[in-house]
Design a protein around this ligand. Structure first.
Ligand code: EPZ
Length: 418
């Protein structure tokens, strides 16, 4: 089993570039099905979730290739519309393929995505949106069988929750609808704006992404396109949390700081000095971190739920107390028990965690239980005294591209060992 061996207590110093965003490239890879042409995607990170998406595209008959950070997908040869259970289990967010397969072929069958480490991951909003467009959706023995019948029709959809995935699925299905689709209470995450940019490059008529009303004019002629994926704001937040935990000075480049203003505000209140300008954010931490006002996760532009674990990890060592409220997922504090093995003082009650700062964490053998929880263990280990051994790297590798190389370049001691 592979593990990260981390020798903590080394201050960080240097610059690190942020790789392409997992949560942008995954829906974009699904969207490549719509054109039946070639899509060239630059700044595509090397992640196991990207590999899982490419495996699904190839299963559907597409041709994919990678040269460095550029992935090319030719969806012309697509000749299937099903995503088998094995591939669905690889990545629960594969449900994002549903709208695109339906729009392209008029039918889709995929096994219902299971829950994940964060709790049940319902897809009722995805299915309600597709049904509103006229899709027939049957659930048979764990499989979802969808049919567009005489074709999907544009309509007005109101999402009960500003769901990122449901917004993206509706946008992709809407590209195959006759007429105009309006999505109300759409999620406003920057990754949705990046998806709109990709769809426009393909020839689609989409507007409003980044606001809570997205409008798609369907059945536009779509063609070959090229796109550069936006930077991963959660990876950037993780590097900043690492600098806060280990101390020193970190320059995170290639990121628009405005996308992380709620995270940088918390780190500043905790005692870090931050400067954000153009496409970089610098962070310096010299003194002892302090507790901050309660952190409540929320849909964008609120505090991102994906940044909660690494920021919690940074706040474990310091003075004062911080209350964190996880409003998005019901089981997203699993890293707290592993952080406690490193000496953290965290009390969890349902969706509320109370972190009481301790002078220093100490290294320990810990195991990642989910993607961002794994990142939290890495952040904590950097600031801890002594050696930590982090297992469960399959979770971390889903969303971080060679993170040990990035941290080592900043002066950390992180080795991937078998
Ligand atoms: C996306 O997940 C991200 N994943 C998540 O990142 C991120 O945490 C989440 O958005 C919130 O920002 C990708 O983009 C691949 P949601 P998604 O639908 O789309 C409920 C990471 O670490 N809901 O916005 O699945 C749901 O249970 C991952 O990179 C329904 O009830 O999130 C949750 O409570 C983790 N019914 C809330 O909405 C539905 O049909 C928000 O979920 C859909 C969602």
């Amino acid at each position: 089993m592979s593990a990260f061996l981390v020798e903590g207590g080394r201050r960080l110093s240097g610059a690190v570039a942020v790789h392409g965003a997992k949560n942008s490239v995954l829906p974009i890879l699904a969207a490549t099905l719509l054109s039946g042409g070639r899509s060239v995607i630059h700044n595509c990170p090397r992640l196991s979730d990207v590999d899982a998406s490419l495996a699904i595209l190839e299963h559907l008959g597409c041709r994919t290739s990678r040269e460095g950070d550029t992935v090319t997908v030719d969806s012309g040869p697509m000749d299937r519309y099903d995503v088998p259970d094995a591939l669905m289990r690889e990545m629960r967010s594969s449900v994002i393929f549903l709208g695109a397969i339906l729009a392209r072929t008029g039918q889709a069958s995929l096994s219902r995505p299971g829950g994940c480490e964060l709790g049940p991951r319902p897809i009722d909003l995805h299915l309600a949106a597709l049904r509103a467009m006229g899709a027939r959706v049957e659930e048979r023995g764990g499989d979802l069988l969808c049919g567009a019948g005489a074709g999907l029709t544009g309509c007005t959809i109101t999402l009960a929750i500003a769901s990122v995935g449901a917004t993206e699925n509706a946008m992709l299905a809407a590209c195959g609808c006759g007429g105009t689709t309006t999505i109300l209470n759409a999620a406003r995450e920057p990754e949705i704006l990046d998806l709109q940019r990709f769809l426009r490059a393909m020839g689609a008529r989409v507007e409003g992404a980044g606001t809570s009303t997205v409008v798609v004019e369907g059945r536009r002629p779509l063609h070959d396109c090229e796109h550069r994926v936006m930077a991963d704001r959660i990876v950037a937040a993780t590097y900043l949390a690492a600098g806060a935990a280990a101390g020193g000075e970190v320059l995170v480049t290639g990121i628009d700081g405005r996308q992380l203003s709620t995270v940088t505000a918390v780190l500043r209140e905790a005692g870090c000095r931050l400067h954000s300008e153009g496409d970089f954010i610098s962070l310096r931490r010299d003194g002892v971190l302090r507790g901050v006002r309660p952190i409540r996760t929320a849909p964008y532009p609120g505090f991102p739920t994906d940044a909660q674990p690494p920021v919690m990890a940074a706040l474990c060592a310091g003075e004062g107390t911080t209350v964190l409220v996880e409003t998005i997922f019901e089981n997203r504090f699993r890293h707290a028990s592993e952080l406690a093995r490193m000496g953290a003082d965290i009390r969890v009650e349902g969706r509320v965690a109370v972190v009481c700062g301790v002078p220093r964490l100490h290294g320990a053998p810990v195991e990642a239980a989910d993607l961002r929880g794994g990142a939290a263990l890495l952040v904590a280990a950097l600031g801890a005294e002594g050696e930590s051994r982090i297992t469960g790297l399959r979770h971390i590798d889903r969303g971080y591209d060679r993170v040990e190389e990035a941290l080592t370049a900043l002066g950390a001691s992180v080795d991937r060992v078998e």
